[in-house]
Design a protein around this ligand. Structure first.
Ligand code: AMP
Length: 304
């Protein structure tokens, strides 16, 4: 029932129209682990930080009961840093800088006791590292992978190798177009499925998400939010909620994949209500359930 998460642990500097923070705890693995931890325990994290990663970052993960045995701490190294600026339209984001730092020489080693984990979530990091993780795993049942334009542009051949080894790829609409070289999202998903994953999820920011398999297209609405403070981590929280639900239920049927997409959207909606990881720090399971149900009402209508 556990999930292994590999991804970045970061110090993020974020500017939104509502405020700015410098060196806030973030990273794909941090958001994914926190979101998934509402569904399954333990979450097994694999990643690397420098000696400058703050105590509060560790405390946040420990409180979410994340097993940190696979977290390498390079005392004289610097943590991965990323900076982004959101436009007035929060779907638009510019990356200001990406400093890989300790990730440049990271060579992930999966602790023995993590290797049989049945569910693996490859957060957004170098696809070479994602593959190195998979090669050490003992036949996982489900591999969910996230990526972004930085790697599609910079490491396409390596990413294509990784895609051959996964079940589900999660990416946003512009990334799907970039990866497939196809402007139409339905056709783009077909091209991407041809690269390996049998399930593709295309996120469309505040417009919801598409779940595409060979047999179906499911369009999930987005939660209509009045207060979005910081969209950072929305995609990772989505991935965490998605794999967390699938790991908890161990059911890969189409209906349950749809539920997992809605749980992913639910966790993403909590994430963006506050700055950084705060939105995922202390959620009641009941409020997750309530919001999940609200999603159903959003697009339910009678035939006559
Ligand atoms: P999201 O908003 O879900 O796309 O994810 C934002 C998180 O991804 C931030 O916390 C960043 O630290 C992290 N991130 C951004 N760019 C990269 C990258 N190239 N590699 C790994 N993590 C990244």
């Amino acid at each position: 029932m556990s999930v292994l998460v590999v991804g970045s642990l970061a110090l993020d500097s974020i500017e939104t129209p509502f405020g700015a923070v410098k060196d806030a705890v973030g990273g794909s693995a941090t958001y994914i682990s926190a979101a998934a931890s509402y569904f399954v325990n333990p979450i097994r994290l694999v990643g690397v930080v420098g000696g400058d990663f703050p105590r509060e970052g560790m405390a946040f993960l420990e409180e979410r009961k994340v097993d940190l045995e696979g977290l390498e701490i390079i005392k004289d190294g610097k943590t991965f840093r990323w900076a982004g600026r959101y436009h007035y339209d929060l779907n638009e984001r510019d990356t200001l800088y990406t400093d890989l730092n300790v990730f440049e020489r990271f060579d992930p080693k999966i602790p023995e006791k993590f290797r049989k984990t049945r569910n693996v979530c490859l957060g957004n990091i170098d696809p070479v590292l994602q593959r190195k993780v998979l090669l050490q795993m003992d036949n996982p049942r489900l591999v969910v992978c996230d990526t972004m334009n930085y790697w599609i542009n910079g490491k396409r051949a390596d990413l294509e190798e990784t895609l051959k080894m996964i079940n589900v790829l999660i990416l946003n609409d512009s990334e799907a177009r970039l990866l497939s070289k196809e402007p139409n999202l339905i056709k783009a998903a077909k091209v991407i499925r041809g690269m390996g994953p049998s399930v593709v999820i295309i996120k469309k920011g505040e417009h919801g998400a598409l779940l595409l398999t060979e047999q179906m297209v499911f369009s999930a609405p987005a939660y209509p939010m009045e207060n979005i403070f910081d969209p950072t981590g929305a995609g990772d929280s989505f991935a965490g909620g998605f794999i967390g639900w699938l790991a908890r239920t161990e059911d890969m049927s189409e209906e349950n994949l749809k539920r997992a997409v809605i749980y992913g959207s639910t966790l993403a909606s909590f994430c963006v209500e506050k700055f950084g990881v705060e939105g995922l720090s202390d959620l009641a399971y009941l409020s997750i359930q309530d919001r999940f149900r609200e999603f159903r009402e959003l697009s339910r209508f009678d035939e006559d």
